[in-house]
Design a protein around this ligand. Sequence first.
Ligand code: FAD
Length: 461
Amino acid sequence: MKKYTIAIIGAGPGGYVAAVRAAQLGAKVCLVEKERVGGTCLHRGCIPSKSYICSAKALKNVREAGLFGVEVGGEAKPDLGKIRERTQRIISNLENGIQHLLKSNGIEVINGEASLASTQKIRIDGGEGSRTDIESEKIIIAAGSSPAPLPAFQGIDVLTTDTVFNMEGIPSSLAIIGGGVVGCEFASIFSGFGSEVTILELESRLLPGEDPEIVKILEREFKKKKIKLLCGVKVVKAEERDGRKALCLEGGKEIEAEKILVSVGRRPNSSGLGLEGIGIALDPKGNIIVNERMETSVAGVYAIGDITGKWLLAHAASKEGIVAVENAMGFQSVMDYSAVPSAVFCDPEIGSVGLSIQDAEKKGFRVKTGTFSTRMLGKAQVTNELAGEVRLTIEEGSERLLGARIIGPYASELIHEAALAVSKGLTVRDMGETVHSHPTFSEAIMEAAWAGYKTSIHGGK
Ligand code: FAD
């Protein structure tokens, strides 16, 4: 039986990054993957969705070219076949890159479905009856998550994020169930492609959990794009009617659409891994319970990424992978989520890091905000991207930045300035004193920092 220092189950952004770090630290590493390296992120998540978003953006730019004094002949139209082809090319390029990285670090990749036979043994079923057993001193579980199903839809042909990228035509109308991050991104994509989009959300607003002021701006911009928002509604049943789908809502209202996309969250891929057999503790939703060192309840077995149900973000999974490996190799490492940024790549984009005003107040901080509207920037005027706002959460007295919320162009990029400030304990004065290039969207962060700092001066400091 082959023996390794570290064996990792799942080659998504958690697993493959962990494998590379382990090899760099001198471990003999085995990475087991039942499908393709890259995981959800590369094949059904981050990358294909951002590729579609870029196509929707390209279409918008062409359609708005006249505003910039540029004449474009003929009607600009999306071609989903070509968008899919482009997306597949990007995925293959990135997949080749990961394979090369794994090979050049001497990592053995085994294709097959892994389950734990004991705390140091993994059984790998490779299909057609083939089976490999391996032994490893330490094991990291990075098996990810899958779209959560809706019981109301059994027997009805609905799209999930696993199938939406195989869709061949652009639907005339699309009902999206779930107004979270993924629902908002797909609403931007398909409304950009010309579908009539309706979002149905159980909570009273989109992106529950996000700063309400930011969500207000998003909802306003979505409405301008004619995206219909039905918040505070519960879908109780779905039916097929003459090639269309009908959604029955609690209270009797009905919505019809050509296609339905269900994006109501994810569930961990924890069944079938043999976890119960070796006593790994799960929470009631099936997520593997881990501590800040990414250790499970069983010594020598770690879990990272979506299967822990914590942050459900690719970069969080990667960082957790590094933490798990460092601990497995005898170093001391803990996972700190206080400055992990997140982004919603809809139009307009949203970037968040650290505490929102509401979170900070709940935690007992004395806080104030520094805000700045993107509309006032020279850059926003020249690019004609006016909607947006920066909202900083500042600790009263120390002037330390506790968090930031940005909505508007490039928010997913701009948020990293705030992430650096939160992670290094910088003050809004530090941020305001840092000279920012003109004309840029980054100036909004500097202005929001000064706005927040001035508030305290006016408050008598
Ligand atoms: P995964 O990426 O799910 O990888 C797990 C791997 O384990 C899979 O390849 C699977 O085949 C394999 N596996 C499972 N069971 C076994 C087994 N028994 N044996 C062997 N292999 C197994 N996050 C972001 O940060 N930014 C984004 O823009 C973003 N966009 C997203 C868009 C969509 C539509 C979706 C669905 C998700 C998006 N995410 C995004 C979330 C991101 O994809 C996940 O958080 C990330 O992929 C989790 O990484 P992971 O390594 O934990 O799991």
